[in-house]
Ligand binder design. Structure first.
Ligand code: C5P
Length: 223
């Protein structure tokens, strides 16, 4: 199993001086927190995708980790998340048949979430993603803000990462080149089944300064 960790975003919404994955959370970079979580899932390979100017810094972060025999490479990402994922997929070795794509920004994701995604893949689905029930009622609106639909809340899930796929399916989905905010949408568009497994509130995506404060609280809270 291989994991592509995408960490090449600029993180403008966080308002920090550095790209988000290189901002510190309790004295350790978000990227290092994320990689420790990924390594707990015992991958055979990890590809870390970062801004081009931070490839060397990411390599030294990786060099300081206990990889337990995993192959680890660092590659530069692209302007869009999907380009960063494609760059990561291209750097996996031919041996990898199942791949997880994980946002470095979801740096506190518990290993149990990785395990649920992997178990679903092992059971034979083309894709599996973690998701949690939504607490708000969600509206679909038109360009003018008028509500055009109110999906049944019970049927909605807010999805997280790691998102897991049969590697050949995900590669084909990215080659098809459509735009999407997550990898599952690209795979769904090709007509493959993607299963939602139970996510976890600790897999929040650190996006705003409030998220960073929440992540710090989660880190200091007892497990
Ligand atoms: O921007 P957003 O919060 O959706 O980013 C989700 C993840 O994708 C982050 O971990 C970010 O570093 C990564 N990303 C990337 N390349 C981009 C944009 C985002 O690797 N061009």
């Amino acid at each position: 199993m291989g994991v592509v960790v995408v960490a090449a975003g600029s993180g403008t919404r966080l308002g920090a001086e550095r790209p988000k994955a290189f901002v510190e959370l309790a004295g350790v970079t978000i990227l290092e927190h994320a990689l420790r979580g990924v390594l707990a899932a015992r991958p055979g390979e990890v590809v870390v995708v970062v801004p081009r100017e931070l490839v060397d810094e990411a390599r030294s972060i990786v060099a300081g980790l206990d990889l337990s025999g995993a192959r680890a490479v660092v590659v530069p990402g692209g302007a869009k998340r999907s380009e960063s994922v494609s760059a990561g997929l291209a750097a996996l070795s031919d041996r990898v048949e199942r791949v997880l794509v994980h946002d470095a920004a979801r740096c506190l994701t518990p290993v149990a979430v990785f395990e649920r995604v992997l178990a679903a893949l092992a059971a034979g689905v083309a894709g599996a993603v973690p998701g949690v029930a939504v607490v708000d009622t969600v509206k679909v609106v038109d360009a003018g803000g008028l509500i055009v639909d109110t999906p049944l809340r019970e049927s909605l899930r807010a999805v997280q990462t790691p998102q897991g796929f049969v590697r050949s399916v995900l590669t084909a989905a990215h080659a098809a080149g459509a735009a999407a905010t997550d990898d599952a949408a690209l795979v769904e568009a090709l007509g493959h089944d993607v299963l939602v497994v139970e996510g976890d509130h600790r897999a929040l995506k650190v996006t705003t300064p409030d998220d960073l404060a929440r992540a710090e609280r989660l880190l200091t809270a007892s497990p």
